[in-house]
Design a protein around this ligand. Structure first.
Ligand code: FMN
Length: 384
């Protein structure tokens, strides 16, 4: 494991991967102490450690269950529908070790060019609420670096599906849409041979010029562009959370993306909140994207709305999925796949076993032989 972690720390990390409560109570404070109480440094330390721990993750993978009744087909690919959300592994530096555990990966958001993102501190943790606040501003080592990582992943036998989160980012309002589209084309063309699909993320709350991309015309045109360049790949759009009553606007955007050739939607991104809500004295931004437990109602609303408006679409759910019952209810609401970031930051990767167990229990209790059966029923009911 990472040279920055001593022998005892490494052992603790591994214990934390096995036991989520141990991770929460012992390993997380240990990582914070190592990283000088800097939430972003903790994140980087974990990714660096994972990067160097494939051997250990391979050994531990036997402890992670992949029950046959949970396997599903998505766009012709058979997978275990439990994955990592964008942001967790921004540059794809830990794809192989993560693939030892998860059923699919959503690395990124990958940008065409390297970017520093906003000044630090730009990530804060609210431990009591199990939430994170961020104003990262799309830091990315860029496409070239990601290509090295994804080629390495495939070369070493990485076989778990990868859906790259991507975005063309206009830096100013001049020619914003043209610039964004050109970058999207570059990203899709370069990554297509190595990934199973794309998630277009136009929804960073902290990046002003991106606002110009949030029109139905651009949603349709972006889906057309990806379909044109990558006709066999899964094509998704990541959406932001919305309050009750805004469902029509939401389905309007998603509908335009699907009309353009998209397959569906990932819900939900972080929720924009005022900077003064962030529990950090050093916070210098007037807003932040909040993620974690409170997103549950937003996630379930968006999953239900998407499923009822688009019975056949692919719906991927994220946003504070902390326990097995919640994971099961999310599938019942209409999700094809679930993914997470913040819950794993608080409880470690072992949390996945709890989600898997909870979904298996739910299926058994309700008399479904498999998750695919539940999903077929939910889709058939939505189409009536
Ligand atoms: C620090 C941080 C960075 C994130 N970066 C991205 C990103 O680059 N692209 C993206 O689409 N979502 C990003 N997200 C949003 C997550 O993918 C996810 O949608 C959101 O956090 C809600 O899910 P969760 O509660 O499981 O984290 C980020 C979230 C956090 C906390």
């Amino acid at each position: 494991m990472d040279s920055e972690l001593g022998l005892v720390d490494r052992f603790e990390m591994l214990r934390g991967i096995i036991n989520p409560d141990y991770f929460r109570q012992k390993v997380r404070p240990l990582l914070y102490a190592k990283a000088g109480n800097d939430a972003e440094e903790v994140q980087e330390l974990v990714i660096r450690s994972l990067h160097n721990s494939d051997f250990y993750l391979k050994l531990l993978s036997g402890l992670f269950r992949r029950p046959r009744e949970l396997m599903v087909n998505v766009n012709g690919v058979r997978l275990m529908p439990f994955g990592t959300a964008a942001g967790l592994d921004k540059d794809g530096a830990a794809m192989l070790p993560l693939s030892r555990i998860f059923g699919f990966l959503e690395p990124g958001t990958v940008m065409a060019n390297p970017r520093e993102g906003n000044a630090k501190p730009r990530l804060a943790s609210a431990d009591a609420d199990l939430d994170l606040y961020n104003a990262m501003g799309f830091p990315s080592r860029g496409l070239e670096n990601f290509l090295i990582n994804i080629k390495d992943y495939r070369k070493k036998g990485g076989s778990v599906p990868v859906y790259a989160s991507i975005c063309g980012l206009p830096l100013s309002e001049t020619d914003a849409i043209k610039v964004a589209m050109e970058q999207m084309r570059t990203l899709v063309q370069a990554l297509s041979p190595y990934v199973d699909g794309f998630v277009w993320n136009p929804a960073s709350p902290n990046t002003t010029a991106l606002g110009l991309l949030r029109t139905k015309e651009v949603f349709r045109a972006t889906a057309e562009l990806i379909a044109d360049e990558a006709p066999s790949k899964l094509r998704m759009v990541k959406m932001w959370p919305y309050e009750p009553g805004a469902g029509q606007e939401f389905t309007g955007f998603v509908g335009s993306f699907i009309e353009g050739g998209g397959h569906g939607v990932v819900v939900t991104n972080t929720k924009m909140v005022p900077g003064e809500n962030v529990p950090s004295e050093k916070w210098g931004y007037k807003s932040a994207g909040r993620s974690g437990r409170f997103l549950k109602e937003y996630r379930l609303r968006a999953v239900r709305d998407a499923r009822s408006a688009f019975p056949k679409a692919v719906v991927v759910a994220t946003g504070g999925i902390y326990d097995g019952e919640d994971a099961y209810q999310t599938f019942k609401a209409g999700a094809d796949m679930i993914e997470g970031y913040t819950p794993y930051a608080f409880y470690g990767l072992g949390l996945l076993n709890r989600l898997v167990k909870g979904v298996c229990e739910g299926l058994r209790k309700d008399g479904y032989g498999s998750l695919q059966k539940l999903q077929s029923e939910v889709k058939a009911n939505a189409g009536e």
